[in-house]
Design a protein around this ligand. Structure first.
Ligand code: PLP
Length: 444
């Protein structure tokens, strides 16, 4: 790998556990999409998420979204409410199924699904189509927990299952409870750039053994138990490889270290960027204090009737894993060379995106980050730092221009002013200082 400081590059454990488990797979001839590492990894994940949940290890997080939707009965003509402000994998599996994603915008505190707008959307879909959306799919953007209690209260009231996309939020907690365990299903991703990696992989957290069985069956081509191959429904080849799961088992030994590292890096950014005018670090609603429930949240805890039990009374309401640190730049901030931003065609990938082989057809689009944000990205790149704009909202994506959307301007506004900074396990204090100094030096 290059000397570039990457956003979130995978790092193997110092103890070499990943290689030990892979070697075991070779030694025992378990080079297949099943085996002891897959079972062991699922056990580790189960232990981590806790409270009687079941876990199926899958080939990637997108497959986990796909499986969850199928398990919820989503099919052609159905509608699924998803968060607009997200990576495309929260929406594309809806489209794979011939269903329509209905995009709901974000609230300002967590940048995730706005519960008020969620209810507006449900009511409006009922009026317009006469049918309820089949699933509600909130996303823990950059690891930040969504307002899950309010979302669950609304979902329960309308009897719509929730699929949590916690792909970026592995290890994040809400009132002490791990994300992905509130809804009917929870999606995890172990891509190379997530909290831990299996090189590529994902998992679906299921509520019980029956759900687990259904997902396992669908993910292994939905075979019936006959001596020959009998198929009565369409299945998928989505199981995790025993080699990948070996990496996952090793990575589980450093998950807590990774979370602690991301917290540390986030704190350092908060501290070093505190007094830089026009630059704001996005923090969870209860701030960097991770051991206290703020008063206003305590009140809603009592008044809200429909709560799941609080596991740790002292746990903060929001406890983000801070997968990536995100900042916003005041539109008035002047960044060096910003008059030259968007003058040149971008070739290849930005921000570590792999496999970008399509050449863009235009230098600009009708919805893009401000010139000062693009200039800051280029300044960081010139200083050997990978950064990236925030996710472009799905309702602004050409491919989804016809999809229904309930918007309040929050995600589009943030997309224009925001960017992601490196936080991964390979990012050192010296890197963060270099990044902050580059940011400071780029401001006019
Ligand atoms: C990464 C990601 C996924 C999908 O995970 P893959 O393992 O890359 O398929 C889904 N949703 C979100 C929000 C993600 O960031």
């Amino acid at each position: 790998m290059s000397k570039m400081i990457h956003l979130c590059l995978a790092k193997m454990s110092d103890t070499g556990m990943e290689q030990k488990y892979i070697q075991e797979a070779f030694d025992t001839q378990w080079v297949a999409p099943l085996g002891p590492n897959v079972d062991g990894f699922e056990d580790d994940l189960k232990q981590f998420v806790g409270e009687g949940k079941e876990v199926v290890a899958l080939s990637n997080g997108t497959a986990a979204v796909h499986m969850a939707l199928i398990a919820c009965g989503v099919g052609p003509g159905d509608e699924v409410i998803t968060q607009s402000f997200t990576f495309c994998a929260s929406a594309h599996p809806v489209t794979y199924l011939g269903a329509t994603p209905v995009f709901v915008d974000s609230e300002r505190d967590t940048w995730n699904m706005d519960p008020d707008l969620l209810e507006v959307a449900i009511k409006d879909r009922l009026t317009k189509t006469g049918r309820k959306p089949k699933v509600i799919l909130p996303v823990a953007l950059y690891g930040m927990p969504y307002q899950i209690e309010r979302i669950m209260e609304i979902a329960n009231r309308y009897e719509i299952p929730v699929v949590e996309d916690a792909a970026e939020g592995f290890g994040s907690r809400y009132k002490g409870q791990v994300l992905g365990t509130f809804g009917k299903y929870g999606v995890l991703s172990f891509n190379g750039n997530k909290m831990i990696t299996t090189s590529g992989g994902g998992a679906l957290i299921c509520g019980d053994r029956a759900e687990w069985k259904k997902v396992m069956w669908l993910a292994t081509q939905a075979r019936e138990s006959y001596p020959y191959y009998q198929h009565e429904v369409i299945g998928y080849n989505y199981r995790m490889s025993n080699i990948c799961a070996g990496i996952g088992r090793g990575q589980m030994t450093v998950l807590e270290d990774h979370i602690a590292h991301h917290h540390h890096v986030q704190s350092l950014y908060e501290q070093l960027l505190k007094d830089v005018p026009g630059v704001k670090v996005h923090i969870q609603p209860n701030g960097s204090d991770r051991g206290q429930v703020p008063v206003s949240q305590e009140r809603s805890l009592v008044s809200d009737g429909n709560l799941s039990p609080v596991r740790t009374p002292a746990a903060p309401v929001y406890d983000s894993n801070y997968w990536l640190t995100t900042i916003t730049l005041d539109p008035a901030l002047k960044v060096k060379d910003q008059e030259n931003a968007y003058k040149q065609m971008v070739t290849g990938a930005v921000g570590g995106a792999a496999g970008v082989i399509h050449t863009a057809s235009t230098v600009v689009t009708d919805c893009q980050p401000n010139a000062n944000v693009e200039a800051m990205r280029l300044a960081l790149l010139a200083a050997g730092v990978e950064s990236r704009p925030l996710w472009k909202p799905m309702h602004k994506q050409p491919v989804y221009r016809k999809a229904p959307a309930y918007v309040n301007g929050v995600s589009e506004g943030l997309f224009k002013i925001g960017m992601c900074l490196p936080t991964g396990p390979c990012v050192t204090d010296e890197h963060v200082k270099h990044i902050v100094n580059t940011i400071k030096a780029s401001i006019l």
